[in-house]
Write a protein that binds this ligand. Structure first.
Ligand code: SAH
Length: 223
């Protein structure tokens, strides 16, 4: 089973996401174990201080190294763990990475906050710094949830046959074909006739063409 530990100063942000839909089912079915750790539990002073002003001046607060080092050591124990840190300057997250990490046994995600994290954390503790895109968020909690969601659904057995991965966007280096459901005619907008024909081969060919055209138009960089 894959174990994912998340280190955060806002542990309360995770439960609505982790306790719904496929992520909940994956945990219930023991495909993944997700544990949220409050960084403040690893602080050394009575105010449970996790951050301090940056050396050299400037705005904002920086997460201090001590509590993070302490937490990571305790959480890892003797296990071999892939340590990820959310960071706008990290490598941009991609389906390929989700696929690779879905094969791991243990993952730990460190969530930054405020102005960021003391650089010595990256130097000593982090295997990969991951960005979810070129924009700045207030904290690493949403990025961590995105990583978890994308990774967990690729863990073998998490999705049923019904939710097959094969045709999905980015799997074959292209986007997925368009979907339609009932009704066949919605306010005059008709479902492509081929999809109602029952000719499986022709439907497959149509879908492949659609995927190709769509990718060419919307994401030529994938081809
Ligand atoms: N001062 C930093 C931004 C800090 S944002 C800079 O300019 O690079 C605070 C925290 O939010 C970061 O430490 C990181 O954990 C998280 N974060 C913000 N944007 C992110 C993104 N695009 N991808 C991943 N994590 C992000």
């Amino acid at each position: 089973m894959l174990t994912i530990d998340i280190l955060t100063i806002f542990p309360g942000m995770f439960s609505p996401i982790l306790n719904a839909s496929i992520l909940k089912r994956a945990q219930d079915n023991k495909k993944v174990c997700i544990r949220i750790h409050d960084l403040r539990d690893y602080t050394l002073d009575k105010h449970r201080k996790v951050d301090d002003r940056p050396f050299g001046g400037g705005p904002g607060m920086v997460l201090m190294p001590e509590p993070i080092f302490k937490a990571v050591k305790k959480i890892k124990g003797r296990r071999k763990v892939r340590v990820l840190m959310t960071c706008p300057g990290g490598i941009t997250f991609h389906q390929r990475m989700a696929k690779r990490w879905a094969q791991e046994k243990n993952i730990l995600i460190i969530c930054g906050h405020y102005e960021g994290v003391d650089e010595r954390v990256r130097q000593k503790l982090v295997d990969t710094s991951v960005s979810i895109g070129d924009y700045v968020l207030t904290g690493g909690e949403l990025p961590a949830m995105i990583l978890v969601d994308a990774i967990v659904r690729l863990v073998p057995g998490v999705l049923g046959k019904e939710e097959s991965l094969y045709d999905e966007s980015f799997e074959q280096g292209r986007l997925e074909y368009p979907h339609y459901t009932r009704p066949a005619d919605f306010q005059g907008l008709k479902v492509p006739r081929i999809l109602l024909s029952g000719h499986h081969r022709q439907i497959q060919q149509w879908r492949a063409r659609q995927a190709e055209t769509r990718t060419r138009r919307q994401r030529p960089d994938l081809l």
